[in-house]
Design a protein around this ligand. Structure first.
Ligand SMILES: [Mn+2]
Length: 306
C-alpha cells in the first residue's frame, strides 16, 4: 500500500502520512510513502520524513501495490498524479476538508476534525491500536500546525495533544522546529510582501501579493510564503484576508482567511476548496484580472454577511 498526500504538502499532510506509516509498520504491513513535491523543510525533524519518495519516483513506488491511501487532500486533482497511477488500484480517501469531493472508493471524510492527523489519532484510539513515539510526534505536528498552534483548539484537541506527548511527542522540539526558526531571506520576503499590503472595503479586507521576481530577489521558495497571510488576517477589523502568489505565467495561488466569513464559498466557486475560514484556489490570468474577480467576490461576501 502507498500513502499519498496533496501537492506542496503541509505538516498535516506529512504528519498524517508518517503517523499512519508508523502505525502500519508496527503491524509489519508493507507500506511506502509518496508525495509529488518533496516534504517541506519544517518537517525534516520528524523521524521518517527522509523516507517519503517524491518527484518522478511515483510510478516505481506504486508498482506492485494495490491500495492507495490519500491523506488531507480535498480532490483527486490535488494529488497531482498521472491517471495510470490509479489504474487497477483501490483508493481510500482520508480527509477533514468540508469541500472534499469524496473521490475515493472508500471515503473517510469528517470536517469536524481540526486536522487529518486528529482523525487518524481518533481512528487509532477507537481501534485500540498502539501509538509509537514516531507516530505520536508526526500526529502532534499535524495537529499543532492545522490548529495554528492550538489557536481556537477545544479541550478535546488539548487532550489529544497531551496524550500524544505522553506517547513520546516532543512539544517544545516541534514548536522550535516549526515556528522558532526564520532565515534572513524569509525576513526580506516579509519586508517586501508587506509593502504590497492593501486594505480595501472600508477596512474589512486585506490583500498581500508575492510575485516570482520578489521570491527570486529574496532567494526564497513557496515554502517561505507560508504564514504571510496571517499578517493580513490579524489586522484589527479585517474580516477577509487574501494572499496572492504568482506561481507561473498567468498562474496564481490564492489563499483566503475569514474572520466569521465563509471564504471557502469563494474558493469553491473558483474551483478550489478548504475550510470555512481558511481556503484557497488556483486562478489563471493577469494580476489585474484575478484581482478584479476576487475583489468582486470578497465584496459580495462582506455585503451578504452584514
Ligand atoms: Mn489539514
Amino acid at each position: 500500500m502507498v500513502l499519498l498526500v496533496h501537492e506542496r504538502p503541509d505538516l498535516d499532510a506529512i504528519g498524517s502520512q508518517l503517523g499512519l506509516y508508523y502505525l502500519l509498520k508496527s503491524f509489519d504491513i508493507p507500506v511506502q510513502m509518496y508525495s509529488k513535491d518533496p516534504a517541506p523543510r519544517i518537517s525534516h525533524y520528524l523521524i521518517g520524513s527522509d523516507l517519503i519518495h517524491s518527484g518522478d519516483q511515483g510510478a516505481a513506488v506504486v508498482d506492485g501495490c494495490d491500495l492507495l491511501i490519500s491523506l488531507d487532500c480535498g480532490s483527486k486533482g490535488r494529488l497531482s498524479l498521472s491517471s495510470e497511477m490509479f489504474e487497477g488500484r483501490k483508493l481510500i480517501n482520508i480527509d477533514h476538508h468540508a469541500s472534499n469531493r469524496n473521490f475515493g472508493d472508500v471515503n473517510v471524510v469528517d470536517a469536524s476534525f481540526c486536522a487529518t492527523g486528529a482523525l487518524i489519532y481518533d481512528m487509532i484510539c477507537s481501534l485500540n491500536l498502539p501509538i509509537s513515539s514516531a507516530c505520536a510526534s508526526a500526529l502532534f505536528a499535524a495537529i499543532l500546525t492545522d490548529t495554528h498552534r492550538f489557536y481556537k483548539a477545544d479541550a478535546a484537541v488539548f487532550r489529544m495533544a497531551a496524550d500524544l506527548i505522553d506517547h513520546g511527542a516532543n512539544s517544545s522540539l516541534a514548536t522550535e522546529e516549526i515556528y522558532g526558526r526564520v532565515s534572513e531571506n524569509q525576513l526580506h520576503l516579509l519586508q517586501e510582501s508587506l509593502q504590497t499590503l492593501k486594505i480595501r472595503d472600508q477596512g474589512c479586507s486585506s490583500w498581500i501579493t508575492v510575485d516570482a521576481a520578489m521570491m527570486q530577489r529574496c532567494g526564497v521558495d513557496y515554502e517561505d510564503t507560508e504564514g504571510l497571510i496571517d499578517y493580513a488576517r490579524n489586522i484589527d477589523g479585517i474580516k477577509v484576508a487574501v494572499f496572492m502568489r504568482h506561481d507561473a505565467v498567468d498562474v496564481w495561488k490564492v489563499s483566503m482567511r475569514g474572520q466569521g466569513y465563509n471564504v471557502s464559498r469563494i474558493a469553491e466557486s473558483l474551483g478550489g476548496g478548504g475550510h470555512l475560514y481558511a481556503a484557497g484556489c488556483t486562478m489563471h490570468g493577469s494580476q489585474e484580472e484575478i484581482c478584479a474577480i476576487l475583489q468582486m467576490k470578497v465584496r459580495a461576501l462582506l455585503e451578504e454577511n452584514v
